[in-house]
Design a protein around this ligand. Structure first.
Ligand code: FE2
Length: 342
């Protein structure tokens, strides 16, 4: 039996207080670490959050995972970067199904001490839960894969201003200025509230959730008029990139031969979520379903991959390799925080 079993664990009583959370309001701070960058710019890079050797091993695991579908993809043969030879990957590079968010190597990344510690530092809280978010691949040589067009957005409901969510991704391959990866509108988080006041009458780009806001041409012009710049975030394998959900962002395709691999890792204090959230999250975990970046399992996905309108022949309900959780990663599922029913 793996450590992912959902046997009844004694529920945990929260003892930590969240009073020391990092300020993310753009006013000057002197933490002396990445929190100053995050506060000022709306994003930060935590260098070497995952040691290089393990980051390389995770990259290898990602390639092996893609090859393991048995559809014909071979990392050493760029001509095999074809839709038919790969699992279903959306145009943004996300693998949403197949239980991918719960593969062992994905959970191992979420549980990397340098990753969890960064979020614990921002929230001044060790009692965190993590999203069951997707993995992302941005292939070079993507001849017949759908085009990845810019979709500048915020991952937060404009009706709920202020800092609410810190997103993150662990970068697994070199990501230089011309490689694929995250691009952000530096400092945009500070201007978010005013933006939405000024742009209240701007027609909205349709969104599947109120927790997403897409920038129109007029919106992009507003940002430009304030002198805000778009910055491709460069990172080495093992670097953790964090960003305030309010910062306008999207990902860009690579212009080089370098594939982009990223695993999204978003944590929030369990103190911020309800018992109902935790029960929904437990259900998602038990069924090995993915979520969005919201660690409270605000949205829960499906493992059924659909290819050209039909079920993908290699669709699966469980990961290839079930996660092996330790005490800390088990807490990140939120399950130990579920209060025993009376
Ligand atoms: Fe996003």
């Amino acid at each position: 039996m793996s450590a992912t079993t959902t046997q009844t664990a004694p529920s945990i009583t929260l003892t930590s207080k969240a009073g020391g959370r990092a300020a993310i309001d753009g006013k000057p701070t002197n933490y002396g670490d990445f929190r100053d960058d995050l506060n000022r710019d709306g994003y930060a890079v935590i260098k070497g959050a995952v040691p290089r050797e393990r980051a390389n091993a995770y990259s290898d695991a990602f390639y092996s995972y893609l090859e393991g579908f048995g559809l014909g993809y071979d990392r050493n043969d760029p001509s095999t970067v074809r839709r038919a030879k790969l699992p279903v990957i959306n145009e943004k590079g996300m693998i949403l199904n197949y239980g991918a968010p719960h593969e062992k190597w994905v959970w191992d990344i979420r549980g990397e001490p340098g990753v969890v510690d960064a979020f614990a530092k921002v929230y001044d809280d060790e009692d965190l839960i993590v999203s069951f978010d997707v993995v992302n691949v941005g292939f070079a040589n993507r001849e017949d894969l759908p085009e990845n067009k810019p979709w500048p957005h915020q991952d937060q409901d404009p009706a709920k201003p202020g800092f609410r969510c810190l997103q993150g991704l662990v970068n697994l391959n070199p990501s230089g200025p011309n490689d694929g990866g995250l691009i952000v509108c530096k400092g945009g988080h500070i201007h978010s509230e005013q933006f939405h006041k000024d742009m209240a009458d701007e027609p909205r780009i349709p969104a599947w959730t109120p927790e997403w806001y897409g920038f129109t041409e007029n919106g992009m012009q507003w940002l430009k008029d304030r002198g805000l710049e778009w910055v491709k975030v460069c990172a080495d394998p093992g670097d953790l990139i964090v960003w305030d959900s309010r910062i306008p962002h999207y990902n860009v395709p690579t212009q080089t031969k370098q594939d982009r691999f990223a695993v999204y890792t978003c944590f929030m204090p369990v103190a911020d979520v309800t018992q109902e959230d935790l029960i929904r999250k437990r259900d998602a975990f038990e069924r090995r379903l993915g979520t969005t970046h919201w660690p409270n399992a605000r949205h829960v996905g499906s493992n059924a991959a659909v290819r050209d309108g039909k079920p993908c022949p290699v669709s699966r309900e469980r990961p290839v390799q079930d996660p092996v959780l330790n005490e800390r990663t088990y807490k990140l599922t939120g399950i130990p925080y579920i209060k025993a029913e009376a």
